[in-house]
Write a new protein. Structure first.
Length: 123
């Protein structure tokens, strides 16, 4: 809320800044980067239309014998300039983005649920 630094009270957001647009699960023999820039990809299909859409793409790479990529696509139709926080993030340097963007995984509930439903032991 307005006094968060004093009272630690948070207000629920009225909505989201971006909508989840899609997700890909890819397996490859190498690291896959710049998935948004690939010709024929969903981001490039929108880019060729010249609309106001802005995509935020998160590519989580899981190194194994094969590399797995979980690619999450988020989109907004609002021009970047109209979203001050997002514009600062996009136009900022790596140090600024790294200080703001955090990925906090939470899978313990999934592990319990998967173990219960499948009788597997997941550790």
């Amino acid at each position: 809320g307005a006094n968060y630094l004093k009272d630690n009270q948070k207000n629920k957001a009225k909505g989201t800044m971006m909508e989840t647009f899609g997700a890909d699960w890819l397996q490859s023999g190498k690291h896959e980067d710049d998935l948004a820039g690939r010709p024929g990809g969903i981001v490039q299909k929108y880019a060729t239309q010249g609309g106001p859409e802005f995509f935020f793409v998160i590519n989580i790479q899981v190194p194994c014998a094969s590399t797995y990529n979980l690619v999450l696509y988020y989109m907004t139709r609002t021009p970047l300039e109209e979203s001050v926080l997002l514009e600062r993030f996009v136009k900022g340097d790596d140090a600024f983005r790294n200080s703001r963007f955090k990925l906090i995984p939470y899978i313990s509930k999934f592990k319990q649920e998967a173990s219960r439903r499948t009788n597997w032991i997941i550790s």
